[in-house]
Design a protein around this ligand. Structure first.
Ligand SMILES: [Zn+2]
Length: 145
């Protein structure tokens, strides 16, 4: 018995050592991943607090992080007769059409990324076949809807 208990005890001790090493390695990995996850959670929370992330509100380029943003308040277009007018989504009127939904843009001065916006979307009348509204209700199925 004693001759077989020695090697078995030794094998068990070695197995315990290996298991202990493996558990420590796993604990280290869990600790590392926990730190990474906490850093990501802080980054996500920071980005949430930044708002919508647009150049218009943040004055920061999302591509290169540059803080020098050019705001083009009007984008010029030409009518069929060659007159200058603001580029817009649509116009109203036939003889002297008025621009509706004029564009503006924010341009990163470092990388040239352009972000377009309609200055006042409420100007656009959605009463014909040119437009469709796509809306998602993401409030979820809560009890207070
Ligand atoms: Zn940029």
């Amino acid at each position: 018995m004693a001759s077989t208990a020695g090697p078995i005890a030794l094998a068990c001790a070695m197995a315990r050592d290996e298991e202990t090493k493996r558990l420590r390695a796993l604990e280290d990995q869990v600790s590392f991943l926990t730190q990474q996850l906490e850093a990501l959670a802080r980054e996500v929370e920071g980005r949430r607090e930044e708002g919508d992330g647009s150049m218009r509100t943040q004055l920061r380029c999302p591509a290169c992080r540059c803080r020098k943003i050019l705001h083009a308040k009007q984008i010029l277009d030409r009518t069929d007769s060659g007159e200058k007018r603001q580029l817009s989504v649509t116009s109203e009127g036939f003889w002297s059409p008025k621009s509706r939904g004029t564009f503006e843009c924010h341009i990163c001065t470092a990388c040239g990324l352009v972000e377009w916006h309609v200055t006042d979307p409420s100007e656009i009348k959605i009463d014909d076949d040119k437009f469709e509204i796509h809306e998602v209700d993401d409030r979820g199925p809560g009890p207070y809807r």
